[in-house]
Design a protein around this ligand. Sequence first.
Ligand SMILES: CC(C)(COP(=O)(O)OP(=O)(O)OC[C@H]1O[C@@H](n2cnc3c(N)ncnc32)[C@H](O)[C@@H]1OP(=O)(O)O)[C@@H](O)C(=O)NCCC(=O)NCCS
Length: 173
Amino acid sequence: MTPPRSRSFAASSPQGAKQNLGRPGVLLEKFVSMGEADLPAVTAAEQRIHRFPWTLGNFHDSLLAGHEAWLQRESGELLAFAVMMGAVDESHLLNISVVPERQRSGLGRALLEFLCDQARQGGMVRMLLEVRAANQNAIAFYQHFAFVEIGRRRGYYPDSTGREDAIVMSKKL
Ligand SMILES: CC(C)(COP(=O)(O)OP(=O)(O)OC[C@H]1O[C@@H](n2cnc3c(N)ncnc32)[C@H](O)[C@@H]1OP(=O)(O)O)[C@@H](O)C(=O)NCCC(=O)NCCS
């Protein structure tokens, strides 16, 4: 995923959220808009989830730029969050993250479906994202939801030994 670089987009939705079940018998809290007050918890979770995490400043810049940012909690505990940016009629998924202990339990699915609904309601016709070429789990997740590879950006991400390619994926909404 890619931290924000531009402040020129404003696609935030004033809409509230909707309820969903992440796993059988567990009632999760609704998706809510991410605000400045959430950033310490979001940044702490981000550091547990990603090898190259966004900083608090990256999230702050995203909010300032008007990107749509959502999160989900259970009994106050942060479980998942996402950031997306609208550009004309395309939505760019900048970050989607589920805490490690709750991955592979349907939370990513619920969040991605919610984001796609939000984007459609905002008039978006396509969702785009970049993913590290080595992040096979995320690539499998996106493929499961009909994202297809449309390109590759050479050396797009830093990694421990130099640079790593980004795979660009797209899905029709
Ligand atoms: C990628 C991520 C958002 C997916 O969320 P999740 O809650 O773990 O995924 P879900 O349980 O909703 O999975 C939905 C479907 O996606 C596919 N999928 C998800 N994770 C997968 C994996 N590790 N390997 C293969 N397929 C996977 C499966 O088809 C799965 O359905 P199934 O469980 O019925 O087989 C989450 O694992 C995560 O935060 N990973 C670390 C951060 C990251 O890499 N984010 C994306 C950066 S581009």
